[in-house]
Design a protein around this ligand. Sequence first.
Ligand SMILES: [Zn+2]
Length: 395
Amino acid sequence: MCQTLAELRQAATALAAHFDPALVAPGQLAQVLRDAGAIEKMMAAVASLTAARMAASGSATTAARQAVRELAHASGTSLFEANKALEAGKQLAGQPDVAAAALAGELSRPQLALVAGAVAVNAGAAPQLLGLARTGSLQELADQSARARAAGQDLEARRKAVHLARSLRSYTDASGTWHLHAQGPLQQGAQVMAALTPFADKAFQAARKEGRRERPEAYAFDGLVGLATSGGSGPSKSQVLWRVDLATMVRGYPVDDEVCEIAGFGPVSRQAVIDLLECGDPFLKAVVTKGKDVVSVAHLGRRPNAHQQSALDWMFPICAAEGCGTRAAYLETDHRVDWAKSRVTVLGLLDRLCKFHHRLKTYDGWALVHGRGKRAFVPPGDPRHPRRAAKESVP
Ligand SMILES: [Zn+2]
């Protein structure tokens, strides 16, 4: 095998030494890109697997450190990147499908790290992630990998562990550079970034006016300083967007590929969001979805807001209970899912009932049957009562 690799390197050396892109026919440029890319990816997988084998020989920590250093040096990457590649190489041992795809040149180094990391937690996600690696962007793969990991984990347990390990350290190194490293639950990271981002945007705008161009990381640093020295004033905070499937919201936890995540940060447990709601962050907005469709932009207060009220007036000119003719002015808004449980006001989950029917519901357990608009209102023993017809999914 080593013989073949040496010959391959010789062949590659000969090709590269005389390679002149001007000599490639225009019709063949795409093929050259595909070939070069596939070879690069195959060899990245070979290097990861080799480093993993190197790490497994000898005493655990020393061998692993040595392997990371060798890999970083050989492939010209940072120790951080090399460590990720090594981890992926180790994980491939138990992932024959992912290993086969990587060795077939289907996964780049970052793709391999994402897929192997997610499949290590959620083995069933392999086919979907490998398919996405072929067709999607790296960002899409990163998002989907995070979801696959989340589906394979107890998110609430994970959050507690991350919370326990939260930390913020600062130190000054020998070159006189100040460092700050913070880690913690992602929903709190989202809050910090929502506060910081407008300051970073301001720094970017200021730089643009002066004709300066710097890295986004530089503006983020300026944003941090701006935030720390603003004394509470400054540009208004950006929003933290919670995306949740309607069914998840009603049930309390996600199943299958339902979504419950902080947009741009990743999946969270529903408890994490309840905590956010309880600290009363006015910049938290919820987008309620059903599959890919947005059902509603939920409102986090208890009472419907003005827009929702107008829609309700239009949807319920009279009491929702079948056979009742009580007019709008005398109706009360009813949360189909107890607000204390859901903490959000979603238009699609509101009904309007007259005082009489509302009381029957609250005190005697009557309920509207599944559906929307005007419909049958039944006692607890009725087979159509939503608690008995629980098998039926969310409206
Ligand atoms: Zn009524």
